[in-house]
Design a protein around this ligand. Structure first.
Ligand SMILES: [Cu+2]
Length: 267
């Protein structure tokens, strides 16, 4: 019976490695300038974790095969020096492994979070609320008007709480339900949540950033391929979470200018 168990472990381990090795489930095409680094980090982590996983399963199977079903008279063997040395060794191995992954990953991380956006990056404000995203463009003056949470009114479509009658900077602000950006242009996202935690996830951009209530989160990226992509909320934020999404349209500069003009006319 124990030998059967050992073989089962080996079979399950190998079967679960096959789709990974065959690249059965791969991420969609990367359309960002920083995504290459993230993808490489992911596959390095997968290789490292995969080898450790297989090694652990094989060792477990060998031990079961070898040491189970020994007779009642068999002498109990103990590891020389007791378990203490082993525990310390395991602690060190896992610690070094996690640290090494962190050190190798720091470049991908720094690219997104530790370098500031360039001066000519295009700012877009993103607001997440149960259960929709809204986007705000600063308009020709390049400045966002201030927010007045008490003025937020879904009925009159004042999603951000703007007061264009009193704030000159708000007059030309453009609020949209879809996000359009020009291709090959750095985008600087300024993100905030209206109520609870949400997340901004675009698979193709390799961007997944949580919204944290009370915090202004900033993020920058450059999209390199024209197309229509889905933005989804990946933090369970309430009953309507499953339906919380918006679209990202990556356009040529010309198409983007036309789109923004059309949106501005509808404000
Ligand atoms: Cu959400």
């Amino acid at each position: 019976m124990a030998k059967f168990f050992a073989i089962t472990i080996i079979v399950i381990a190998i079967l679960s490695a096959i789709p990974i090795l065959r690249h059965t489930w791969v991420a969609p095409e990367d359309i960002s300038t920083h995504g290459g680094l993230i993808d490489r980090q992911m596959s390095e982590t997968m290789a490292e974790a995969g080898i450790s996983f297989l090694a652990a399963q094989f060792i477990l199977a060998i031990f079961i095969w070898k040491f189970s079903n020994r007779g009642p008279d068999a002498k109990v063997k103990t590891f020389p020096g007791g378990a203490k040395g082993l525990v310390i060794a395991a602690f060190l191995v896992v610690g070094v492994e996690v640290m090494a992954l962190g050190i190798f990953g720091v470049k991908a991380w720094a690219n997104v979070y530790l370098t500031p956006p360039s001066a000519n990056a295009m700012p877009i404000q993103v607001q997440a609320g149960q259960f929709a995203f809204y986007f705000r463009y600063p308009g020709p003056d390049g400045r966002f008007g201030p927010l007045h949470p008490e003025l937020i009114n879904e009925g009159s479509q004042n999603f951000f709480g703007l007061d264009p009658d009193h704030d000159p900077d708000s007059k030309d602000d453009i609020v949209t339900a879809e996000m359009a950006i020009p291709v090959n242009k750095e985008i600087h996202l300024l993100m905030h949540a209206k109520d609870v935690g949400h997340s901004f996830f675009v698979r193709e951009l390799r961007v997944q950033q949580d919204f944290v209530p009370g915090l202004d989160v900033s993020l920058h990226f450059t999209a390199t391929k024209v197309g229509r992509y889905e933005i989804v909320c990946t933090q369970l934020c309430g009953l309507g979470h499953y339906n919380m999404k918006a679209y990202l349209d990556v356009m040529s500069q010309q198409d983007f200018d036309d789109w923004l003009k059309k949106e501005a006319a509808m404000q």
